[in-house]
Design a protein around this ligand. Sequence first.
Ligand SMILES: *Cc1c(COP(=O)(O)O)cnc(C)c1O
Length: 387
Amino acid sequence: MDKEQKFIPYGRQWIDEDDINAVVEVLRGDYLTTGPKIKEFEENLAKYTGAKYAVAISNGTAALHAACFAAGIKEGDEVITTPITFAASANCLLYMGAKPVFADIDPDTYNIDPKEIRAKITEKTKAIIPVHFTGQPCDMDEILRIAKEYNLLVIEDGAHAIGAEYKGRKIGILGDMTTFSFHPVKHITTGEGGAITTNSEELYKKLTLFRTHGITREKEELLENHGSWYYEQQYLGYNYRMTDIQAALGISQLKKSDRFLQLRRDYAKLYTEAFESINELVVPYQLDGTNSSWHLYILKLKPERLDCDRKKIFEELQARKIGVNVHYIPVYYHPFYKKLGYIKGLCPQAEDFYERIITLPLFPKMEREDVRYVISNVKDVLQKHII
Ligand SMILES: *Cc1c(COP(=O)(O)O)cnc(C)c1O
């Protein structure tokens, strides 16, 4: 190394001058919020995913909350999700007074295992929230079959999966609703931001109401009418609106989505080619018929072949300025969930997975040189610890 190595984060945004100009244009205009950019962003998202409707919202967590509201999830309901996800996928159920039920993951794909979903269904089960973890679509045919059999709604958490494909169709149209996040580490960004896609007009109407306090001004939707000033709060909603400033950034970013995806896929391929023959590692397995959007690249270690645990490897990579990470701590390990009564041992595959994993940097703005640096350093660190 001649020049000083710069820190490589696990993910970050890619903002160009055209993105900045799009935002500035809104700042100079009439509408900072609830303006035409929101509609345009929603139409572009709907077109991109193939969904009939898209609703832009303040963030991916609000998207999940709104989807749970639109699904009619209420106190006493149970909803099945995966423990290997960001806490928001389960928190949204607690917001509604419902109970998250964790189904274990498939040890190969790391996604929720449909067999485990079946095992967790009770007469209280109302919905399933599959998470397309790392960008690899879940086994949706089987999940939709289960949902149909037991009359359950399916809310896909697609925070990792915009642009991902399942059997030739983009994520966003398979279940009843799909949620997305535009946080800076995700595929495209609006700073903070999110969206829900759906093909159902009824769900679409509920989602838009929930985003604005549960208030409607649509004449044909009003229960009463006191005059032309009149609007009506029909539900307890929130202010979860996205600004036009953010939507303008989203419109600009969405145009680049396919280019960003291609870079993620190229870099993931370089990682897999470099690591698949190493006996101390497991590279991500890809389910037939899926085309991942590669939000994350996760290596699974085989600690039984090493003289140390994951922590040591992690810290050594970090010391080499590689922004490794761990996705995720099983949701029910968090003290808040422990207090609710969830206990260790609930999902053995998820727990074993958590002990072994390291997320490597992966984002479109990475240079090939960065990918090569990560590869050579992972190999070098491992080499020192092979038994
Ligand atoms: C990022 C993320 C969310 C939440 O999105 P925010 O925009 O950060 O609120 C939800 N689920 C998963 C799986 C995520 O990765």
